[in-house]
Design a protein around this ligand. Structure first.
Ligand SMILES: Nc1ncnc2c1ncn2[C@@H]1O[C@H](COP(=O)(O)OP(=O)(O)OP(=O)(O)O)[C@@H](O)[C@H]1O
Length: 491
């Protein structure tokens, strides 16, 4: 057995906080001819690592700081039920190891690790898994087994059938060069879908994302199409637009429903003729970028109001898809919670808490107007205040238990950091309007400032973590901070 060569096309993960054990197990497996091994000393890194590569087998220590092996096993089982897991345990924890087998571990090996016993367990696991059938392990459930390119969707956590059908549709339309229009409420994952479309299109160029909300026509044209020298005062040199960066790739236009009418004409020309004019130039240029547009607004409603062009809707919507809101895919809630809890704990250097079932049930009744972004913000906020023990409802501001948040008990995170607009038109949330109209609400600006300050305080000034709590990019947070500083300096 010791010299048999195992060429593994998926790695074996060894997860243990003790470097000596990592080294010993790694050496033992390598000596036995297993060549593809990844050692992980911080259990919280496992999920992140799994987003990059799905292991064929995991050897998991039971007693680790931050997140114990049993909890990690529960998380892995939900998302990747087919990956065999072998538990490493000290003699005093054998009961827990046996318990782990009840929740899906395949075997356990008692420390100090006896080489023969370990190799027998590993050989048995490798024999049992069908390595040829690897596609089945790459995504959360068997639902995804028929997806041809599961890797392109690996960043999207879901086990929802509607999402699964959307993935199939995307596989079918990705190679086309026609535009795609992605509908869905704010925070539902439209940009992630844009990434999948781009990846599957196999276009050699880049994916370039532009949020067109609030851009006046000049800024829109300059951002997208660039300018030539002398186009306006101060334009001394030429500047290429983002469309040039997206050459041979994909241009993702977010918040397309907010595009100014004058800019809509230019976009229409780009889509129809594949031509554009840089600002100040009268020489047209060609673009082969594929356009994917996204919106949380009802474009036909906007067309009726005279603020969106009918011909542009038709042109954009060669392929359309609508992402379901989180409250309509509650099967995804525990998976997303686990993922965000691990991520947040990792970034904020906190232990990963247990997530009681009753808490998930409680969350299932929450409307999540800001969808997955809102959930993520809630989790980051909860983890930043978490100390010890299982997670409790009062850690989640949005659930309305704490109620001391500046938004009261309803829509934490969705309106202030979403698209600049709460859900509207045909995407109206199921939850009715706030009945307590007597409450004096802060302005969005005040609320935004307060949240940014709170997040910075909670994370000790760590912009990346604060951006995570707020559910915005670090770049967006940095911009907001600069603006706040300028305002402060003015006052
Ligand atoms: N299925 C998912 N799995 C993991 N993370 C997700 C999922 N869906 C959304 N997210 C996360 O939620 C946040 C919002 O996602 P995204 O920006 O794609 O939403 P959106 O619909 O484009 O939002 P908006 O309408 O405000 O532009 C991001 O942090 C994203 O990574």
């Amino acid at each position: 057995m010791a010299n048999r060569q195992h060429t593994l096309d998926r790695p074996i993960f060894i997860v243990d906080d003790e470097p000596e054990i990592l080294l010993a197990v790694d050496t033992c497996l390598r000596m036995a001819g297993m060549d593809n091994i990844i050692t992980i000393s911080d259990a919280r890194d496992v999920i992140r690592q799994m987003e990059r590569q799905i292991p064929c087998l995991m050897i998991l220590d039971l007693n680790m700081p931050h997140i114990n092996g049993r909890r990690l096993l529960q998380i892995i089982r939900k998302t990747y039920p087919r990956i065999p897991v072998i538990i490493l345990t000290g003699a005093i924890d054998v009961d827990t190891a046996v318990n782990c087998m009840k929740i899906g571990a395949m075997d356990y090996v008692v420390k100090p690790v006896e080489e023969k016993r370990l190799l027998a367990a590993v050989e048995q696991a490798l024999a049992l898994i069908n390595l040829e059938n690897k596609a089945k392990m790459t995504l959360p459930t068997e639902l995804f087994a028929q997806i041809k390119n599961p890797k392109a969707f690996a960043h999207i956590i879901t086990q929802d059938e509607k999402m699964h059908s959307i993935f199939h549709y995307i596989e079918a339309i990705a190679p086309s060069s026609q535009p795609v229009l992605v509908f869905g409420e704010t925070g539902v994952g439209k940009e992630l879908i844009g990434q999948s479309i781009h990846e599957l299109s196999q276009r050699k160029g880049k994916l370039v994302v532009v949020n067109v909300a609030g851009l006046d026509d000049n800024i829109f044209s300059d951002t997208l199409f660039g300018h030539v020298p002398g186009a306006f005062t101060g334009a001394q040199t030429s500047r290429p637009g983002l469309i040039e960066q997206a050459a041979g790739g994909t241009l993702f236009l977010d918040e397309i429903g907010d595009l100014a009418l004058t800019s809509q004409v230019k976009l229409l020309r780009l889509l129809q003729e594949r031509e554009y004019l840089p600002l100040g130039s009268d020489k047209t240029r060609q673009s082969d970028a594929r356009v994917v547009a996204a919106t949380n607004r009802d474009l036909w409603n906007l067309e009726r109001k005279g603020v969106f062009r009918k011909d542009l809707i038709y042109r954009l919507s060669t392929h359309t898809l609508t992402l379901p809101p989180l409250r309509d895919r509650l099967l995804d809630l525990p998976l997303l919670l686990d993922r965000f809890i691990c991520q947040a704990a990792n970034e904020l250097d906190k232990p990963v808490p247990e997530l009681p079932k009753i808490l998930i049930e409680q969350m299932e009744t929450y409307p999540f107007k800001g969808n997955i972004r809102e959930l993520k913000s809630m989790v980051y906020d909860a983890i930043s205040r978490y100390r010890k023990g299982p997670m409790t409802a009062d850690l989640f501001k949005g659930l309305g238990i704490v109620g001391s948040g500046i938004f009261g008990s309803s829509s934490f995170g969705s309106s202030s950091f979403g698209s600049g607009e709460t859900v509207s038109g045909s995407f109206e949330s199921g939850a009715g309007p706030d009945k307590d109209s007597s409450v004096s609400l802060p302005t969005l600006k005040e609320a935004s400032r307060e949240l940014v300050e709170k997040a910075m305080k909670q994370t000790g000034g760590n912009q990346s973590a604060a951006a995570g709590i707020l559910g915005i990019s670090q770049q967006a947070l940095s911009k907001r901070l600069k603006k706040l500083k300028q305002e402060q300096d003015k006052n």
